[in-house]
Design a protein around this ligand. Structure first.
Ligand code: SF4
Length: 1024
């Protein structure tokens, strides 16, 4: 029994030494029992490959700790069924329900149904078990406390009791039992010649216990660890130091130096020796092996990294297995890497599994399965008809039917519920019978319905409903069978006795196979989804669950899928992994992403279920619970940079996800100084690449100078639009060639509304899209009223109240009258304005009535001495128009003035109601964005001859307050406000006639109601 703990810095030959030692042993004793324990399956494969390449792997037992536990128990004659992940989730959920019903959980009742709660509990139980803390000890340590810890103790105790009673074991418990088996049976694993432990950077108490017992049996034990005897307290080695202390204590051995093999790479040697050491030692090599790229966004950063990797493959002749891309947190980069790698034609091997719920095929299936549980909501139903993953041919539903269904649902204002769908089809049938078509002919989408028979669509919908309606009650097995039947079989695996007619499924597997680019990924995900279903069925069998409703089943399924991952790792490809998953691998070239502040090193955060203070208290009580804030980030960075043998790329985004500048990480600065502060390459999406620098056909096309004229034209349009220079391109909204058309359309006889002119003042392209092209966004039906409907309702109530009041100056009369009028308006509002009332509609009516009471009271307050004299007077549209004499001649205007009051001096005051609360400031008139008030005042005076104007304001109904823009307070007074408005009206009309429609987003961001928001290249969100 000889044990050795051998230390060497990273990349100093620890694995090579272990392999050599195994080979030497096998030379003398070819069948010697040898076990090698490695940290993960990836590392097992890599070690096996290297051992085989070195001459032999036969008979050597390569395992992770979890495999080892199972082996030990099997050899001890105590094999146990291991709890699979879905069964464990279901078990914990059952226990939580039981404890809630018994009244033993109070603190966690609000989290009871949240999928994340079970995940967090699993993590805590795993940690307690890894630390070998028995439920009884944890309960004792928290006894007397009446908080969440005592509830965790109750859950843990019930969970462990169930495992013992039912003879099941979880992965961590398997380690406990393996240690017990080794302890009780000295013959177990006796005869082990050599035990090798390689690649670890930490050991938990269970692992240490098993390792100690095995080392006592093995002739020889060799444990290799990263470390440096001469510099034992290096910051970069902090995590290894803890692992070293744990081993020396458990095995009572002292560390010694590994017969070192110096790294062949100058890059590695320099990084390994000097990282986080002071003073900083810049590299002296002429050809610097490290590169630094800064790019504005994660997307452009991922693209730059992949381009660098592709250069290594194409120009340097590296193999796919020679390169890797690492990030501390891969999640935000994964979609960008996948998308760009597909464009570059580079296969990726993403380690660590992909979230199952995010796979497109699984997402489509979950959407379909949610429909009946969520009461047939409009959007998911249409998405299910459109999805390429479902074959609806048996139901005679085609993709064109999805378009018809969309139009019909808009007509019927369907939100959800079979009643609404049925009413919608009735309306559709009636409308087609009466009009011969559904809606306006010019709507190209709705044209389709002219050729459709409304009852045909209804029939298809009914077939769809019966096809995807699950049993209302059933067992997990029933629901799993129902879903399996929807998914369908894999025809490549079908038995020779099956016939195609047997399959009445949606043929998801066949559909997934139809797209070669995504087939492998989607099939792997569907397989993982089926595994989740089988796990749930197994859980039911094990836990003897009762039948449940479909809604409960769907919550269960969703929780299980949310916690599951799938793996579609091709045999070869560029390895993409989180830094933690790649800790023991080695490559010729590595790109490290995300070196900005807070990303790497990651901000340390407390565990909300077991805080640092609680951990400290429990430690004082004797429980070996570790702090979660070890400060291991420096070690992780050391592990990341020492993965590269020849070339390293450091990348960082310079803008955060919210567009704010993002500072570099201290680690970025550290390595940048270590490499002599080399030039940082700034890569922006709009940079011109030379054809040699391009990595895909798309990039080459953009970079090429001799292009198809159509492509060239597209590029010049896009470049012009993205350029920050003043707009001069027709495709950027500058259309002087069409000025004759616009001059004719908007000639002196054209009738303008104030809102049209204001939209031009807000943004010329907004005016062009809304009023010249007359485009409107197709908004889906929504529950409740929108801002426009609210404004109309409030306007109407105020107008009727003042009109019907015998004395509109008498506050009490108005307040008495208003609720009755409001009630009349509210009663028919859903039909008049076209919205579906929500369950809150009753409450909203009473809130709106209170708002109107406040606004009428406040208006009366500032109207002492004023008499309301006109409500909604009209100018233009049959009445005299307002004709303004501007710099470009007469401009005619029309509109409705909300209210005109007569002041004590006989002059008039104009009031314009606003339902929105956005501030209206004098500068908005100055900038030409708010013209309505002075225009209406001029109309009252000049078009309607109501009298001289003394002032005016916008009235914010919700705030019960006047706007800060007031005509009488405008610098220079009312006349100055008129002059300014006149100037803007002339200038807006002149520019419109000249065809100047380039987009200029307002300083405070684009208005939400601009119809160009969905496609405008200058869209700026509010707050930027
Ligand atoms: S999105 Fe903004 S910039 Fe574009 S047209 Fe609308 S308001 Fe103008």
């Amino acid at each position: 029994m000889v044990s050795a703990l051998l230390l060497a810095p990273a990349a100093h030959g620890k694995t090579q030494y272990s392999i050599q030692h195994i080979q030497e042993r096998l030379v003398n004793e070819p069948l010697a029992p040898i076990t090698v324990i490695l940290p993960n399956q990836m590392r097992v494969s890599e070690f096996r490959r290297r051992l085989a390449a070195a001459g032999g792997v036969m008979g050597v037992n390569l395992v992770t700790f979890h495999n080892l536990y199972a082996q030990v128990l099997a050899r001890a004659g105590q094999p146990r069924a291991r709890l699979s992940s879905p069964v464990q989730v279901r078990l914990l959920r059952t226990i939580i329900d039981q404890l809630c019903e018994e009244g033993r959980l109070q603190h966690y009742i609000p989290l009871r149904t949240k999928p994340g709660f079970v995940t967090a509990l699993r993590t805590i139980i795993e940690e307690l078990k890894r630390a070998r803390i028995e439920p009884v000890d944890f309960s004792a340590a928290v006894s007397g406390r009446n908080d969440h810890l005592s509830e965790i103790a109750a859950i843990y105790a019930r969970y462990q009791d169930w495992l013992l009673e039912e003879n099941w074991v979880d992965p961590e418990g398997q380690g406990w039992l393996a240690a017990l088996a080794l302890d009780h049976n000295p013959q177990l694993e006796a005869g082990l010649r050599l035990l090798v432990v390689n690649g670890f950077d930490e050991f938990n108490p269970t692992q240490l216990g098993v390792l100690t017992l095995l080392a006592q049996r093995a002739d020889e034990t060799i444990i290799t660890l990263t470390g440096d005897l001469e510099r034992p307290h290096r910051l970069a080695h902090q995590r290894f130091q803890r692992a070293q202390e744990a081993i020396t204590t458990a095995l009572a051995i002292a560390p010694g130096p590994l017969p070192s093999i110096s790294p062949t790479s100058i890059l590695l040697d320099h990084l390994e020796t000097h990282l986080f050491e002071s003073p900083v030692q810049p590299i002296t090599q002429a050809l610097n092996p490290a590169h630094f790229i800064e790019s504005p966004t994660r997307a452009s950063e991922a693209r730059a990294a992949l381009r660098w990797i592709k250069t290594r493959l194409v120009k340097d002749g590296f193999e796919l297995s020679d390169v890797a891309i690492l990030a501390r947190d891969l999640t935000p980069y994964q979609p960008f890497l996948e998308e760009t790698a597909a464009e570059f034609g580079m296969p990726l091997r993403v380690l660590g599994g992909l979230p199952l719920a995010e796979n497109p095929a699984v997402a489509a299936l979950l959407n379909l399965l949610s429909i009946s549980a969520l009461d047939w909501p409009r959007r998911p139903v249409i998405a299910a008809w459109r999805s390429p993953y479902f074959d609806w041919s048996a139901e005679k539903i085609s993709p064109a039917d999805a378009v018809s269904l969309d139009s019909a649902s808009r007509l019927g204002r369907v939100i959800k519920g079979l009643d609404q769908w049925r009413a919608c089809f009735e309306l559709l049938v009636q409308r087609i019978a009466v009009d011969g078509s559904m809606i306006e002919d010019e709507d190209p989408i709705n044209l389709h319905l002219q050729q459709e028979d409304g009852s045909d669509l209804k029939e298809k919908f009914n077939v769809f409903v019966s096809r995807i309606t699950p049993p209302a009650h059933g067992s997990l097995r029933d629901y799993a069978a129902f879903i399996e039947n929807l998914i369908g079989d894999d025809p490549l695996l079908a038995t020779r006795y099956a016939s195609p007619e047997d399959d009445d499924s949606l043929k998801m597997v066949i559909r997934a196979r139809e797209n070669p680019a995504t087939a492998e990924r989607d099939l792997a995900a569907l397989q993982a989804f089926k595994d989740v279903l089988r796990g749930l069925v197994l859980a039911e069998a094990v836990l003897e669950s009762e039948s449940l409703t479909y809604a409960d089943f769907f919550v269960e399924l969703r929780g299980a899928v949310d916690g599951a991952t799938y793996s579609a790792v091709p045999e070869s490809g560029v390895l993409v992994a989180s830094v933690l998953d790649a800790r023991t691998l080695s490559f010729r070239a590595v790109a490290i992403l995300g070196l900005s502040e807070g990303e790497f090193p990651q901000w340390a955060s407390e565990d909300p279920f077991l805080s640092e203070a609680e951990r400290a208290t429990l430690r004082e009580g004797g429980l070996p619970l570790e702090s979660k804030l070890h400060g291991d980030e420096a070690t992780f960075f050391y592990q990341a940079v020492t993965r590269a043998r020849e070339q390293l790329l450091f990348c960082r985004p310079s803008l955060a996800d919210d567009g704010q500048p993002w500072e570099p990480s201290p680690y970025w600065l550290e390595v940048w100084r270590m490499f002599g502060e080399p030039e940082i390459q700034y890569v922006r999406p709009e940079d011109n690449l030379s054809p040699e620098q391009t990595a895909s056909a798309v990039e080459f096309t953009q970079a090429s100078t001799e292009l198809d004229p159509h492509i060239q034209r597209g590029i010049s349009i896009l470049t012009s639009r993205l350029s920050s220079a003043a707009a001069s391109h027709p495709h950027d909204g500058n259309l002087p060639e069409l000025s004759a058309v616009f001059s004719s359309r908007y000639a002196a006889h054209f009738g303008w509304s104030a809102s049209k002119l204001e939209s031009y003042g807000t943004c010329p392209f907004y005016f062009y899209v809304a009023y010249t092209l007359e485009l409107e966004p197709r908004t889906p039906p929504e529950e409740g009223y929108d801002a426009r409907m609210l404004g109309s309702m409030l306007h109407q109530i105020l107008e009727f109240t003042y009109q019907r009041a015998d004395d509109a100056t008498d506050l009490d009369t108005c307040l008495q009258l208003m609720p009755q009028i409001a009630q009349e308006v509210f009663e028919t509002a859903p039909a008049d304005y076209g919205f579906r009332p929500t369950p809150l509609w009753e409450m909203q009516q009473s809130e709106l009535t209170t708002i109107l009471e406040d606004t009428i009271t406040a208006l009366a307050d500032i109207s002492q001495g004023y008499i309301p004299s006109h409500f909604e007077p009209r100018f233009g549209m049959g009445e005299p128009s307002l004709v303004l004499q501007t710099e470009i001649g007469d401009v005619r205007l029309h509109g409705y003035i909300d209210r005109v009051d007569s002041g004590p001096d006989g002059r008039l005051r104009i009031i314009d109601y606003k339902a929105g609360s956005a501030a209206i400031l004098p500068r908005h008139l100055e900038e030409g964005r708010r013209l309505q008030l002075p225009i209406y005042a001029l109309a009252a005076r000049d078009a309607l001859s109501l009298g001289e104007i003394g002032g005016g304001f916008y009235w914010h109904i919700g705030k019960a307050a006047a706007s800060s823009l007031k005509l009488e307070k405008y610098p220079g007074g009312v006349q100055a406000a008129f002059d300014r408005a006149l100037q803007h009206v002339g200038s807006h009309v002149r520019n419109i006639r000249a065809g100047r429609f380039s987009p200029y987003p307002p300083k405070d961001g684009c208005p939400q109601y601009c119809p160009a928001i969905a496609f405008c290249w200058k869209y700026t969100a509010k707050g930027f």
